[in-house]
Design a binder for this molecule. Sequence first.
Ligand SMILES: [Zn+2]
Ligand SMILES: [Zn+2]
Length: 236
Amino acid sequence: MIRLTFLGTRADVEENTENHFYHSSLLLQSINAHPFRLLIDYGRIRAYDLSILKPDAILITHAHSDHYLWTLEEINSAVPVYLTRETHDYGTYTPVHSRILTPYENLTLGPFRIFPYRVLHSINCPAAGFKIELPNGIVLVYNPDLVDIITKELILRGVDYYIGDGSTIKSNLVRRKGEMPLGHISIPAQISWCKEYGIENIIFTHIGRDTMKREDDFQEQYPESILAYDQMKIVF
Ligand SMILES: [Zn+2]
Ligand SMILES: [Zn+2]
C-alpha cells in the first residue's frame, strides 16, 4: 500500500486558511514488507519536525525557503537530502548528508523510481520537478512551483497523477527577465497541459492568495481537478 499525505499546501504568501496553513510538502509512504518514507520539500512553516516525520530520504525541489529550510537554518539530521547542485550551493546552510541529484538522471529511493527534471520558475533558485513511479506502477509528477516544463513530451506522457502549482487561477504570475519567464503559471493553463497529455487526475498544491479567494466555487469552475488541503491523503 502506498499513502500520499499532503503535509502542507500553502504557497509563500502571508494569507492562509485552515486548509492551507503549512508550506507545501508531500510525504510518500510505502506501507508493506519494505516500509519507506520519502519526504518532498521541508520549508519554513511546517507541521512536523524531521524527528517526528522520520523520513528515510528527502527530495528538495528548489531553494526558496517555503521548500528548503536550510536556506535559513542549520539542521542536524542523519537523513540524506537529495537536491540539485544549484540548490545545494544557494543555501546558507547545507544538509549534513547532501546527495547531489542531476536532472534527467534516474534515481531510486526505496521502492520509488524518480526522474528529476527541470522546470522554469526562478533564476536565483532553479527548480526541479519529480516524476515518480510508485511500486504499483502508478506514475505521478510533483511540481509545486513552475511557469513551464521544458520537456513536456518527455515528462507528461504516461502520467496518472499531476500535482501542480496552485498559486493562481486568474492569470499567470509571470515576470520576464530577458526572454526567460519566471514565477507561477495559472491553474487553467496546467489543466490544459494535462488534457493534452491525457492525464486524468489533476491536483493542485502550493495554494496562493488568488486561489484561496476563489476556493468556494473552484470545484464548480474546474471539476476536472481538485485543490489539495493540509493533511489530505491518497491511498493506492
Ligand atoms: Zn514555493
Ligand atoms: Zn519557489
